[in-house]
Design a protein around this ligand. Structure first.
Ligand SMILES: Cc1ncc(COP(=O)(O)O)c(C=O)c1O
Length: 380
């Protein structure tokens, strides 16, 4: 018989759970991505045989200089990082063209989204979300206990600016997140739309996670002179550092001062810090990789429009969204997965007949197109 241990507590598990915030108890759990190795096991393939076009990662990986800097970390790993990431922020100031005093680095831009939600939103406050878009905005707003006021995009994925203006007046929302280029369609915000939204009495966060793949101008240089504009960027996509978690915000001085107060002191680890700095010193190579990805995105767009059941949308990011006609998008995702090719399917209103495909290497595109043509032969 097993020994019963006395913990000295009068609480039973049901009592403990009652101490959790009721709004978090009621929240739907987040579905995290399945790690690569686990997927390999599930698909019965070694991970290096899987073509991963589902998370907008960079197929060319990190800069070799970043890898060298990581290998040379040695003793630095036992010392806490600089809480202000001073050296990285100085390099970012040159890269973005804004003063380092306006820059904060985070453990991925995801961390900065959570920090902004914590700074601006108390329970019951509202944010405006414009779906379909990146799901971390309503997710982090919910953690802050905020209400999410949805103003869906038009069928062409452009913003419903009148709808946002109305929602801002009616809800008193304090924050709006706008993704440009938008995930999942890859469209950018029209400058005139942004100007109208900046005239509203709320904070406008423009998430430029995919900016490097776009021909649109960044709005980051406007931040120092626009008190309600914040721009988010990341090293996860163009710089191939998704696994190290490093993103940054360009934030007007009156706001950043308060954001520093709530940031975890050692949020950016030393590995992320050295790798990001080495990447910024290897720009010509990394920009050449970005150009290869953009060329592949354009090739994808052309070739996918020739597949009878796909209608791709033009994109300024490193992915192409497609409407799927004639077959179920979920089935298409499954058929490709059976061939070791992963694409993104959305089981969400407005997107159930869509898939998003990351631009990979030319060889990955070849394999994808061959698989799609086999499916076309099978279904046509
Ligand atoms: C629009 C957008 N913003 C932010 C992120 C997250 O970036 P990070 O890896 O820096 O947290 C992603 C990642 O998919 C994204 O699509």
């Amino acid at each position: 018989m097993s020994e019963t241990r006395t913990t000295g507590t009068a609480l039973i598990p049901e009592d403990v759970v009652k101490l959790i915030r009721p709004d978090i108890m009621a929240m739907e759990p987040y579905t995290p991505v399945v790690p690569f190795e686990v997927l390999g096991e599930q698909l019965g393939r070694p991970p290096d045989e899987i073509i991963k076009l589902n998370a907008n990662e960079n197929p060319y990986g990190p800069s070799p200089r970043a890898l060298e800097a990581l290998a040379a970390l040695n003793g630095a790993a036992s010392i806490y990082p600089d809480p202000e990431a001073r050296r990285l922020r100085a390099l970012l100031a040159d890269y973005v063209g804004v003063d380092a005093a306006c820059i904060m680095v985070g453990a991925g831009s995801d961390e900065l989204i959570l920090l902004l939600a914590s700074l601006f939103l108390a329970p019951g406050d509202a944010i405006i979300d414009c779906p379909p878009t990146f799901s971390m905005y309503p997710f982090n707003a919910a953690i802050a206990g905020a209400r999410v006021v949805n103003v869906p995009r038009h069928p062409d994925f452009s913003l419903d600016v009148e709808g946002i203006e109305r929602a801002a007046r009616e809800s008193g929302a304090r924050l709006i997140f706008l993704c440009s280029p938008n995930n999942p369609d890859g469209g950018v915000i029209a400058p005139a739309d942004l100007d109208r939204l900046l005239a509203l009495p709320l904070i406008v966060v423009v998430d430029e996670a995919y900016h490097e793949f776009s021909s649109a101008e960044s709005v980051a240089p406007r931040v120092p002179d626009t008190p309600n504009l914040i721009v988010l960027r990341t090293f996860s996509k163009w710089a191939g550092l998704a696994g190290l978690r490093v993103g940054y915000g360009i934030i007007p001085p009156p706001i950043i001062e308060h954001l520093w107060k709530i940031k975890q002191p050692y949020n950016v680890n030393v590995a992320a810090d050295v790798a990001a700095r080495a990447t910024l010193k290897d720009l010509p190579r990394m920009q050449a990789n970005v150009r290869k990805i953009v060329a592949e995105r354009e090739r994808l767009l052309r070739e996918l429009s020739a597949i009878s059941f796909l209608e791709p949308y033009p994109s300024q990011a490193n992915f192409v969204l497609c409407r799927v006609t004639g077959i179920e998008a979920a089935t298409l995702r499954q058929w490709l997965e059976d061939e070791g090719i992963l694409i993104r399917y959305y089981n969400k209103p407005g997107l159930r007949d869509h898939v998003r495909i990351t631009a990979g290497t030319p060889a990955q595109t070849d394999a994808l197109l061959a698989a799609l043509r086999r499916i076309e032969a099978k279904t046509g």
